[in-house]
Design a protein around this ligand. Structure first.
Ligand code: ADP
Length: 261
């Protein structure tokens, strides 16, 4: 086994899937999953066939965001795993296989084994884009996943604070290490606009994302403000791009999706 580990895994393509795009963040709670689902919905509204693979085994949030909590994953007669459709998107999350509370006590080898099974054994059908929601962080798990699959590129989500702390840069470096093109950075929770007086408040600072993207020569794909609707509709299981496609916030996600494809 030791001998095997010396070899780099050969990145795996997924049958029927044209592009796999990873969405990552240096730490949790910055809105990675929120961005992943809204981008997936935006791609779908651009008439692409889209899937989401939630690879966050310890904190799967896709079932909640896509309103599939409580739906169980089924297998077909060839033992292939069938995704759960929601809003025209095919979804797979460990949260539909086990009680999300149980996810916290997974042991390492089980995580790797289950992920590999999800990478190999899902019957996606034909997809233009599979959005891969990575677990937060830039450690070994993220590196292994990024190496296991043939990724077309990665989108990095961060808050202005992350950027100030150089956390986002670690993400860029991680993907460069494994030759995955960094598509660009999405700055989430960028600013707060008062809905009453329209005063804009840069709660976590400003200007950092632009500077960092220039320094690192990567695209700043867009800036998403903090807004109650974004959280509320996610919590209700119908992300904003689906719930209110014509809102200014949904348009921001659409613009980012447009830059990606
Ligand atoms: P991560 O995947 O990085 O852990 P989530 O996408 O789960 O983060 O977001 C963390 C919390 O912040 C969620 O409650 C989510 O609804 C909320 N949130 C994310 N982005 C925004 C935003 N732009 N405005 C308001 N709330 C947001």
């Amino acid at each position: 086994n030791k001998k095997e580990n010396k070899f780099k895994p050969v990145p795996l393509g997924i049958p029927g899937v044209e592009h796999i795009i990873a969405v990552s963040s240096a730490k949790g709670g910055v809105g990675k999953s929120t961005v992943a689902v809204n981008l997936a919905l935006a791609f779908s509204k651009m008439n692409k066939k889209v899937g989401i693979l939630d690879s966050d085994m310890y904190g799967p949030s896709i079932p909640k965001l896509m309103g599939t909590e409580g739906s169980s994953i089924m297998q077909n007669s060839e033992q292939k795993i069938l995704p759960i459709p929601a809003y025209n998107i095919q979804t797979i999350s460990i949260g539909n296989l086990i009680d999300p509370k149980q996810a916290l006590i997974w042991r390492g080898p089980l995580v790797t084994g289950t992920l590999n099974q999800l990478f190999r054994d899902v019957e996606w059908g034909e997809l233009d884009i599979l959005v891969l929601d990575l677990p937060p962080g830039t450690g070994d798990t993220q590196l292994t996943i990024s190496q296991s699959l043939q990724l077309s590129g990665a989108v990095i989500v961060s808050t202005p604070q992350d950027i100030a702390l150089n956390d986002a840069i670690r993400g860029v470096v991680m993907f460069q290490k494994v030759n995955v093109p960094v598509i660009g950075i999405v700055e989430n929770m960028s600013y707060y606009e008062c809905p009453k007086c329209h005063h804009v408040e840069n709660i976590f600072g400003s200007g950092g994302a632009k500077k960092m993207s220039e320094d690192m020569k990567i695209d700043l794909l867009g800036q998403i403000p903090l807004h109650t609707d974004i959280r509320k509709f996610s919590d209700e299981g119908t992300p904003i791009v689906e719930k209110e496609p014509n809102s200014s916030y949904s348009k921001k996600f659409m613009e980012i999706a447009n830059k990606i494809i």
